[in-house]
Write a protein that binds this ligand. Structure first.
Ligand SMILES: [Zn+2]
Ligand SMILES: [Zn+2]
Length: 231
């Protein structure tokens, strides 16, 4: 049994001077309990019993019902001591996300969506020094793989905000459809100051291929880069 004196002040901001708690662990149905941060909790006659959703507590935490309206997250968040320690030690975005996944372990299943509490679908990765899609990071962490640039992470469940690894799929992006001949023509047409839409039409007439305006812009960009490198 974790000591009352350890978790009550440290996690819930409560000093309880009467350590009168039920020492027996009750087999309670936490699945149907309420949420408090990372905890699921259920009520017994005199206590609120809390279990962190990371599933790593050896015993649930107990708080007397009479004290429950005084709890506050002293460490910024309600979670078990193990999670809070990891949170303090989390340095990179990946560490942080790994922790979030551990805490939501029970919610990762085929028949449920997982929506995380991030304000955007991208976060800044200080290691890569760029914005990274959360879904992509989730996939890499959960399946312990490193995706390369051509691999795209798709959501299969149709829910815009879901990042459940069970609903993510990796697809290789289609290889570029631009042949060297097309590149040369695009170069010529671009140097003749033709608009991207005109170039798109010309490509479609000459090669019976439809390419996106974005592809045309990228191809044109690659010429600029080459030209700059040549100088
Ligand atoms: Zn935990
Ligand atoms: Zn989903």
């Amino acid at each position: 049994m974790p000591s009352l004196m350890d978790y009550l002040p440290a996690i819930f901001g409560i000093l309880d001077t009467e350590p009168e708690i039920s020492p027996t662990f009750l087999d309670l149905n936490f699945q149907e309990g309420d949420d408090l941060g990372s905890f699921k909790y259920v009520q017994t006659q005199n206590h609120i019993v809390l279990k962190c959703q990371c599933g790593r507590q050896t015993q649930p935490y107990l708080i007397k019902k009479t004290l429950f309206d005084r709890v506050y997250p002293t460490q910024g968040k309600f979670a078990c001591a193990i999670c809070l320690l990891e949170q303090r030690n989390a340095k990179t975005i990946k560490d942080h996300l790994k922790l979030v996944l551990a805490q939501n372990k029970d919610k990762i299943k085929k028949n449920a969506h997982l929506v995380l509490d991030f304000s955007s679908d991208k976060i800044y990765d200080p290691v890569k020094q760029q914005m990274v899609r959360i879904k992509r990071l989730v996939y890499e962490l959960y399946y312990n793989v490193e995706l390369d640039k051509n691999q795209k992470v798709l959501v299969t469940c149709g829910s815009k905000n879901c990042v459940s690894p069970e609903h993510l799929l990796v697809a290789a992006s289609p290889a570029t459809k631009v042949t060297p001949e097309m590149r040369n023509d695009i170069k010529t047409w671009a140097s003749n100051k033709m608009s991207n839409t005109t170039i798109q039409n010309l490509v479609s007439q000459k090669y019976q291929r439809s390419i996106s305006l974005r592809t045309i812009i990228n191809v044109k960009k690659s010429f600029t880069v080459c030209a700059n490198l040549a100088i």
